[in-house]
Design a protein around this ligand. Structure first.
Ligand code: WT7
Length: 650
């Protein structure tokens, strides 16, 4: 499926860009030869510090220990707000596009600063202190960014939970890190649907002893139950404080935590990825500026939700730290129709637009007319993130959306990496559809074979690892440092293992081929097979389940579940429904299986290990190449499995 086309750097970018090809080469070389020198200079240039650091970097990938800018004092909210007030006070910080087309709100840097200060004082008045955890379960409204920045201002650690997650998922996250306060809204709106956020939160909070207060943002006119003493309307609580209270920015150590964000792995429950302050802010500030070749007059829009890391780094922290105008989008790309993004581009004169391959594929399917009927002359750069982008989708994005004018930055990174690590720089890197191209400054990728030996040279493939720390990398799994070590550093000693497979072509370009572990990427959402299987079993209908990724035209990967039913359960449509319902309730509607197959047994080795390789092949429709089945305890299950999948697709 390789596209051999190469797209040169457009003239308009080459000359004006922050980073040209020559500059990229020189800076990259420096960043690898003298990482401490490179990063200290960036840290001084791009951020404002309250006190300088005493040591740039301490690291070992065995422990593992990673510390950047130790001893340095910095406040993220000051960097995102206060330092812009003098020159950018009236510049729009956030342009909010609500669920209904044309429902917009513009918040200037001055206004955002005021709201964050008021909210910081409110949190302090509720007893929240530096290091305390605060959960945020909000729709895509400016208050979500305000809540995050208010936490940052007082040194509290936020954990944003995507508003599409279930009560159980919310409960588990709150309990894992012991949050003291929860931000939510009475209701959320997503396309034609109203989401009962407060009701779901109440269900979760029945089992969250650490929560002392709930701040409820009034997003709609919906009335909701309020628990006296615990729940406060956010607007009323702010009014009651009347601008009083302590909103001074806390002096935060570079290595103090900024946030925890839960993400799925190949085993167990989602883990709390912990990011710290100085290094993270530097990573997102620098990458946002260079990858998007940011200019003062840009109107930048990342269509991601703040419930994911993309929303943290590239809706809120990166853009605001750079003093940019960031567009926050509450709705979905197909509401009220497939032209919504481009209508929004036209309305706000968006110049940089960043979204996910799954959205691009879904929109491309609806036809060009939804795009072309809107004026996109303001666009100058397009970005994509979340999963490998197939060349067809890339070319459609480039030609139809970008009128062949706009370069595309295909940005590879992860929740764990904090910011983009591999991506073109629009003024420096010729692009190839489907390739994330080259490492950014300070990033030292290596490919390894199954035994962990480094594969050198070009025209090779292997597993993607990184051999040197970068400032924005996660520091630990909250409350479980051993899991951090185990997950990322034990597979290939001395290296950070990404979980991705990757090819490096003849030109040294990186092509991410997808996860090589038991993690699925469904419409850009990361889901672990273990967590899906346990949700399926929780339905009470299934004795044992095995989940694999299956090809899906729009989502990239869909979810296929092989289920062994419990003795008395009928293999019928109502059972299928029950299983889907259970997954929606335990995790989220985004985790609902696309295909469920009833089988009498799973292909297991004699030691009882499920051979997913076989299930994956069958799920992909490769019935004749399932490989060696002789090591199975009962090879006959394979033909039954093939039969079940075939029949469902006939
Ligand atoms: C996984 C990380 C990074 C924010 C959104 C996802 C896949 C991400 C790309 C890309 C190919 C990509 C990888 C990675 N991925 N971006 N440009 N090309 N694959 O964050 O949920 O932590 O998922 O997403 O497989 O490991 P995440």
């Amino acid at each position: 499926m390789e596209s051999r086309q190469v797209f040169p750097v457009p003239q308009a970018f080459g000359s004006r860009a922050h980073i040209t090809a020559e500059r990229y080469e020189a800076l990259y070389r420096e960043s690898v030869q003298d990482p401490e020198g490179f990063w200290s200079r960036q840290a001084k240039e791009l951020l404002s510090w309250k006190e300088p650091w005493s040591k740039v970097l301490t690291w070992d990938f065995k422990g593992p220990t990673i510390r950047w800018f130790e001893g340095g004092k910095i406040n993220v909210s000051e960097n995102c707000l206060d330092r812009h007030l003098e020159h950018r006070g009236s510049k729009p910080a956030i342009i909010w596009e609500g669920n209904e087309p044309g429902e917009t709100r513009t918040v200037s840097y001055r206004e955002l600063h005021e709201q964050v200060c008021a909210t910081a004082a409110l949190l302090r008045s509720l007893g929240v202190r530096k290091g305390d955890r605060v959960a945020i379960y909000l729709p895509m409204i400016p208050e979500a960014a305000v809540a995050m920045l208010a936490c940052a201002r007082i040194g509290a650690i936020h954990t944003v939970v995507f508003a599409g997650f279930s009560a159980e998922a919310l409960r588990d996250r709150i309990n894992d890190c012991g949050c003291a306060v929860l931000f939510t809204a009475n209701e959320g709106l997503r396309g034609p649907k109203a989401i009962p956020l407060k009701e779901t939160a109440d269900e979760a909070l029945a089992e969250c002893p650490s929560i002392r207060h709930v701040l409820v943002v009034r997003r709609t006119a919906a009335t909701v139950a309020m628990t006296p003493g615990r729940d406060l309307w956010y607007d009323e609580a702010l009014a009651a404080l009347g601008g009083a209270g302590d909103s001074r920015p806390e002096s935060v150590d570079a290595e103090d935590p900024l946030f925890i964000l839960y993400t799925s792995g190949s085993t167990g429950k989602p883990k709390g990825v912990l990011h710290t302050t100085g290094g993270y802010l530097l990573q997102v500030t620098m990458t946002h500026r260079y990858v998007f070749d940011l200019r003062e007059e840009d109107v930048y829009c990342c269509a991601a939700d703040v419930g994911w890391v993309t929303g943290h780094s590239y809706v809120v922290y990166g853009p605001l730290s750079n003093g940019a105008t960031t567009v926050m989008f509450e709705s979905v790309p197909t509401y009220p129709d497939a032209g919504r993004y481009w209508e929004m581009v036209e309305r706000h004169r968006i110049s940089i637009f960043y979204t996910a391959p799954t959205a691009i594929r879904a929109l491309a399917k609806e036809g060009d007319e939804f795009v072309t009927r809107h004026d996109r002359s303001s666009l100058r750069l397009l970005g994509t993130v979340g999963e490998p982008i197939n060349p067809d989708a890339w070319l459609w994005y480039h030609h139809v959306v970008g009128e062949a004018r706009c370069p595309i930055v295909d940005t590879w990174w992860q929740t764990e990496t904090g910011g983009v690590l591999i991506s073109p720089l629009p003024g420096a890197t010729p692009t190839k559809p489907g390739s994330a191209t080259k490492p950014l400054f300070g990033v030292q990728p290596v490919l390894v074979d199954d035994e962990g030996r480094e594969i050198s040279g070009n025209g090779v493939r292997g597993r993607l690892c990184i051999k040197f720390p970068w400032p924005g990398m996660m520091r630990t799994v909250y409350g479980d440092h051993e899991r951090f070590r185990q997950t990322y550093f034990s597979m290939y000693p001395g290296l950070y293992f990404t979980g991705d497979g990757c090819r490096r072509d003849e030109d040294g370009y990186y092509w991410i081929t997808g996860r090589v572990d038991d993690v699925l990427n469904v419409a850009g959402h990361r889901l672990g097979t273990a967590e899906l299987e346990s949700a399926i079993v929780r339905s009470g209908l299934v004795a044992e389940a095995a989940v694999v990724g299956i090809p899906h035209e729009i989502k990239g990967q869909g979810i296929g579940a092989f289920c062994v039913l419990r003795g008395d359960v009928a293999a019928d449509a109502s059972t299928t429904k029950g299983i889907v319902q259970a997954v929606r309730e335990v995790i989220s509607p985004i985790a609902a299986p696309d295909s469920i197959w009833f089988v009498s047994g799973l292909p297991k080795t004699r030691s009882g290990k499920v051979m997913r390789r076989i299930l994956r092949k069958v799920g992909e429709g490769e019935y004749d190449s399932v490989g060696d089945v002789t090591t199975l305890a009962d090879p006959s299950v394979v033909s039954e499995i093939i039969q079940a999948v075939r029949a469902s697709r006939a």
